[in-house]
Design a protein around this ligand. Sequence first.
Ligand SMILES: NC(=O)c1ccc[n+]([C@@H]2O[C@H](COP(=O)([O-])OP(=O)(O)OC[C@H]3O[C@@H](n4cnc5c(N)ncnc54)[C@H](O)[C@@H]3O)[C@@H](O)[C@H]2O)c1
Length: 198
Amino acid sequence: MSQFQDAGVVVTGAGGGIGAALARRFAAGGARVVVNDLDAQKIKAIADETGATAVAGDASAIVEEAREALGGTVDVYCANAGLASPGDAFADEAVWAAAWDVNVMAHVRAARALLPGWLERGSGRFVSTVSAAGLLSMVGAAPYSVSKHGALAFAEWLSLTYRHRGVKVHAICPQGVRTDMLTAAGSAGELVLAPTAV
Ligand SMILES: NC(=O)c1ccc[n+]([C@@H]2O[C@H](COP(=O)([O-])OP(=O)(O)OC[C@H]3O[C@@H](n4cnc5c(N)ncnc54)[C@H](O)[C@@H]3O)[C@@H](O)[C@H]2O)c1
């Protein structure tokens, strides 16, 4: 039996790509899955395919609705929604702010909503889809690289602060993955990531 049989799992940004793959895998392992995305149509298609419950909207504010859909407990939370956020130091303030909001603060806001219950129960898993850009950097994408370093820093901080109280934290740090985000990365993505993308 899968270790995730009957677990309550939330995956944000699951309308396609890595999030949809996570949702499919958890659902195949018998988990009860909530899929989230800004794109309500995409998320409905993944929910129909996997038997998951769709919760459309901003990943920053869906924990309560997801928890209710799962009968009161979230066992695994996958903070996967992300923005590619290209540009250099001169990128618009709005691009920097959006990268920070989705790639970092959505994780912080989810943790705020999840931690009280997890600490009371003594268990919970936070899975952060970071990026190799959070360990290294991404050519042509300063807001992405900086915010992904922030996401990794937050995941490490969560782990060192709450590990002894039963909270397990995972950080996924791939290089290229063949998703809509890689396609949208244009020539830099093609040059640097596409040849070795999984
Ligand atoms: N594709 C790659 O090469 C690659 C490599 C490393 C890390 N990543 C990371 O993987 C994660 C998933 O990206 P992907 O490659 O599957 O791309 P993708 O574009 O297929 O998926 C990202 C999804 O997030 C959704 N989203 C964006 N902002 C949101 C928000 N505020 N609330 C809810 N949903 C939102 C989008 O609608 C989209 O469906 C991202 O965090 C990305 O940074 C991707």
